[in-house]
Design a protein around this ligand. Structure first.
Ligand SMILES: Nc1ncnc2c1ncn2[C@@H]1O[C@H](COP(=O)(O)OP(=O)(O)OP(=O)(O)O)[C@@H](O)[C@H]1O
Ligand SMILES: [Mg+2]
Length: 342
């Protein structure tokens, strides 16, 4: 896949979704590192109040402030922000009404709780608003304020923003929430704000990447997710197939083994040549494992073909051994870069 075909060369907001547990947080972190290569500055955000980013980078829980969490191999910076709906709401009150100091009182009277937990969709409005604010922010500009003419063309603060997003089941509704808001509030600052959020999310500045593993349910959710995101006119980026297991057989042997045929004698000869004692017995014992492996690989190939229905560039990320540390994240970032995903 050439860079030209990729379709998200202009993307500055990379949204990472997928079925629960497929590796969204891990891949979002690796993607942020990959994007930060060559001295770029990237913000990695999360919105589920689970401190997933702090866990992958093995650092203290993130406050509601942008902190540097990692340096890319050749020098770029990855900042992280755990977005909290209540803090984002107080940001808005300040932005729209200059109400920073009222925040404490509003919190005390439960208004903030009401807005963030009771009013449907408000949470998502606040979270997507904060993410897109970071995408639009330019240097020399006060957070959230419209730039003065002098700073309008200043460079962006972040070259890219990566969002560790809600799972596929909720992603279309989450990203599209401001469309409804813009429809409800016909004018005024809320309408204007909702429009500005959707402007970013619907534009070529956004790419939604879907992480999946090669198992039935994640693949189905991935395909459903791609369809739902497309239906609300939000640009889908790539499909990221995570935790790919190594394959041990060449194509011919794989096909034979998947059909239950293993040349046990050839296997024994191979083992003997490799210096193993009791090669015949070992070969016999290995046969069921080989058949199981071939069976899994065949099933994975079938699922990989199903993913082609989505007609999106698809990249493979290997299954790493043991808990994923920073070196593991660098490795995944490198795989993304060498495959041309970023
Ligand atoms: N390529 C990989 N190789 C090995 N382990 C992986 C890989 N990717 C993710 N993992 C591991 O799988 C587990 C789930 O990953 P992660 O937390 O990133 O998934 P998630 O989709 O964000 O989950 P949740 O839906 O709970 O937020 C973690 O223990 C992580 O270290
Ligand atoms: Mg996660």
């Amino acid at each position: 896949m050439s860079v030209r075909d990729r379709g998200w060369n202009d993307a500055r907001l990379h949204v990472v979704t997928g079925k629960g547990g497929t590796g969204k947080t891990t891949i979002a972190a690796a993607l942020a590192l990959a994007l930060a290569a060559s001295g770029r500055t990237v913000l990695l955000t999360e919105v589920e109040e689970r401190q997933g980013i702090a866990q992958v980078f093995d650092c203290a829980p993130l406050p509601y402030a942008e902190r540097r969490v990692a340096v890319a191999p050749d020098g770029g910076d990855v900042y992280a922000l755990a977005i909290d709906a209540e803090a984002a709401l107080l940001d808005y009150l300040e932005m729209f009404y200059g109400l920073r100091r009222a925040g404490a009182a509003l919190t005390r009277f439960g208004v903030v709780d009401f807005a963030t937990t009771v009013a449907p969709g408000t949470r998502d409005v606040l979270l997507t608003g904060k993410v897109t604010e970071a995408v639009r922010r330019r240097q020399g500009e006060e957070r959230g304020r419209t730039p003065r003419d002098a700073t309008r063309r200043a460079p962006f603060v972040y070259d890219a923003v990566v969002l560790d997003a809600p799972p596929t089941g909720r992603i279309a509704q989450f990203l599209n929430v401001n469309t409804e808001v813009a429809g409800l509030a016909r004018m005024g600052p809320v309408h204007h704000h909702a429009d500005r959020v959707m402007e970013v999310i619907r534009s070529a500045q956004t790419a939604v990447h879907v992480v999946t593993t090669l198992e039935d349910m994640p693949v189905q959710e991935c395909l459903d997710g791609v369809e739902q995101i497309t239906d609300v006119n939000i640009p889908v980026g790539s499909i990221l197939v995570n935790m790919r297991r190594p394959r041990f057989l060449n194509e011919t042997d794989q096909r034979a083994a998947a059909e239950g045929r293993v040349d046990t004698e050839a296997l024994a000869r191979g083992l003997k040549a490799a210096g193993l004692e009791q090669a015949e017995q070992t070969a016999q014992e290995l046969v069921p494992e080989l058949l199981a492996h071939a069976h899994t690989v065949a099933a994975e190939q079938g699922l990989r073909e199903r993913l082609e229905a989505a007609q999106r560039p698809t990249f493979d990320l290997p299954l790493l051994e043991g808990p994923i540390d920073l070196a593991g994240l660098y490795h995944l970032a490198n795989v993304l870069r060498t495959q041309g995903a970023v």
